[in-house]
Design a protein around this ligand. Structure first.
Ligand code: ADP
Length: 582
């Protein structure tokens, strides 16, 4: 019995197949019980022959179905069998006065559940018509019914109703149990998927952390090489190392973002931002790359654009950087133009429109629908020399979907492409930005290194469990003449802050025993500590918008990501200590 029950609940077997097995077992049990009832209580010879015949034929059909696995055919034959047997039992066992009505009800439920598609409609129609015709004949020719004694008919009717109800109850108990078992499986699978998602997230973030740490050293030390007066060939090599690292980092970021999007770990975090500063950051980041390729980078901003908007500035920058970097990447000569405008839509939202047009290689019409699919690089033959993973535009599309924005492309193969992006934002300050010249910050992007400040009186503590990172920070700050002490753990940092007052502390986040956040709190509360009020900047290889928020909430005064560049580091110090060097 247990084996049978387990078989009915076995999730490896298709649900339909199990239902068919269960219903067939119940229907067969009914055939056997009715046959036994007729034998024991002395039914007529015709009745007994019909029931034995029915039982044998039905058992044969069920056996055929199980062996051949042809469920559809098996269930259709069962329905047909009922259509043939039912009139015989009806007339031989007192028609509507005996057990036939209850059997009719059960048969309809059986046929409905085991058949599907057109077989279901046909079988049900046959059964209903067949039964209806039986009732009609019985009414028009009552003599055709083999009547039993009133007592026997009542007993038969009563027992049939009891039997059918029992069988239906059994059926529904099983169906409910199957449903529960399926539900348990779905819940377990859901949990497994969630655990897998978490593991994947952990894997990608630790992979990113582990790659960033050596890349931080490569970029930092390479920057030191570039600051030296070195032969042209060595300078060219160092510049190529820098470009290679930039590509590597971009790839890691894309993989990390893709994993976050897939596991639902990406959030849209809105805040107020100044339109001009957001755009000038983008221009600064792209301008140098365009110039290196000999491309014109044109920026046109509608003077009527509101000065302050509310939205996820970081993600908008990410989207625009992705599309503009592509434009630069896939254009050999000519120009890349960024046009920004916008209008208020019906719902009171301001839809900012960004158009990125290039005079590049263009995209074939048939490839446009595949542009936004993950891992798809189109026109691979012509583009194989250009670096990329095929993830960028898929991330752009998913981020835009999260922000209820849109992206469309117009392109002429060989002539160029235009990406049109729209993002709804709330207006915070609608005063127009006016005529702005974003190019005026160009000089800031100049590669020649000059320290932002020199401050020999400045005391800085760098805390990191990787000695190489500490060396990089020390070297990058060398020209500022600041005194840079180092600590390789939270505990060592606390020893130093107990004795020395530091103007600024650069704190790694992920450290064994005491992480950066715990160390920050200990410094702030340190009894007799001399650096309780120092400015503390989180300098981390665990990157991402979530990380930045976590650091700000934990009380850090600043947030920097590894790999770090000398200028970024100096800018952040100058921002937090305005009087420095002056
Ligand atoms: P990739 O990392 O390969 O650049 P993307 O998802 O950013 O991946 O872009 C997908 C593909 O779309 C690219 O491989 C390229 O073939 C095509 N593409 C994207 N932008 C442009 C453009 N401005 N001009 C021509 N082709 C482009």
């Amino acid at each position: 019995m247990q084996v049978i029950v387990r078989r009915f609940l076995d999730p490896e077997i298709r649900l339909r197949e199990r239902l068919f097995q269960l219903l067939s077992a119940i229907a067969l049990a009914e055939y056997v019980i009715v046959t036994a009832y007729n034998l024991i209580l002395g039914g007529s010879a015709v009745q007994i022959v019909i029931m034995v015949l029915g039982t044998v034929l039905f058992a044969g059909t069920v056996a055929f179905t199980f062996r051949s696995g042809r469920m559809r055919a098996g269930s259709a034959i069962s329905g047909l069998l009922y259509f043939l047997i039912y009139p015989l039992t009806f007339f031989s066992s007192g028609g509507m006065y005996g057990g036939a009505p209850a059997v009719f009800a059960f048969a309809l439920v059986y046929v409905f559940l085991v058949t599907e598609k057109w077989e279901r409609a046909a079988s049900l129609a046959l059964c209903v018509i067949g039964s209806g015709v039986c009732y009609l004949i019985a009414e028009l020719h009552p003599g055709m019914l083999t009547r039993h004694t009133v007592a026997a008919e009542h007993t038969e009717s009563f027992l049939s109703i009891l039997l059918v109800t029992l069988l239906l109850c059994l059926l529904f108990t099983f169906v409910t149990e199957v449903y529960r078992a399926e539900n348990r499986i779905v819940q377990r699978q859901k949990k497994e998927i969630e655990e897998l998602n978490q593991a994947q997230k952990r894997f990608f973030s630790s992979m990113s952390h582990e790659i960033r740490t050596p890349v931080n050293a490569i970029i930092g030390l390479n920057e030191m090489t570039l600051r030296e007066d070195i032969p042209d060939e060595a300078r060219e090599n160092a510049r190529n190392i820098e470009v290679a690292c930039r590509i590597l980092l971009h790839t890691i970021n894309e993989i990390l973002d893709m994993s976050r999007l897939e596991t639902g770990g990406m959030e849209i975090l809105k805040s107020d931002y100044r339109t001009t500063s957001m755009l000038s950051e983008i221009v600064n980041m792209i301008w140098l790359r365009a110039q290196e390729k000999g491309l014109d980078f044109v920026v046109r901003v509608d003077p009527a654009l509101p000065a302050v908007l509310h939205g996820d500035e970081i993600r908008i920058k990410q989207i625009l950087l992705n599309v503009i970097t592509n434009a630069v990447k896939y254009t050999r000569e000519g120009s890349v133009t960024l046009s920004v405008s916008g209008k208020t839509d019906g719902s009171g939202c301001f839809r900012v429109a960004y158009d990125v047009a290039d005079t590049g290689i263009g995209i074939r019409e048939e490839n446009i629908p595949h542009l936004f699919s993950a891992f798809q690089r189109v026109d691979e033959q012509s583009n194989h020399a250009i670096e990329g993973t095929g993830l960028g535009l898929s991330i752009v599309k998913q981020l835009l979907d999260m922000m209820e924005g849109s992206v469309s492309v117009q392109s002429e193969y060989g002539k160029g492409s235009t990406f049109h992006i729209e993002i709804p934002q709330e207006i915070v300050d609608d005063s127009p930005v006016g005529e702005i010249d974003l190019r005026k910050t160009e000089a800031a992007a100049s590669p020649a290194h000059r320290s932002v400040f020199t401050a020999p009186e400045l005391k800085i503590l760098a805390v990191d469990d990787t000695p190489m990172n500490l060396m990089v920070v020390k070297k990058l700050l060398r020209d500022t003449k600041a005194v840079v002490d180092t600590a390789e753990s939270g505990a060592e940092a606390l020893e130093k802050t107990a004795e020395t007052r530091y103007d600024l502390i650069l704190m790694d986040h992920q450290m064994p025993e005491m992480d950066g956040i715990a160390c920050l709190h200990r410094i702030r509360e340190q009894k007799g500590g001399l650096s309780r009020d120092s400015r503390v900047v989180c300098l981390t290889a665990n990157v991402g918008a979530d990380m930045e928020r976590l650091c700000r909430e934990a009380g850090f005064d600043g947030y920097l990501e590894k790999p770090i560049r000398g200028k970024t580091l100096e800018d952040e110090i100058a921002r937090l200590l305005p009087g420095v060097g002056g």
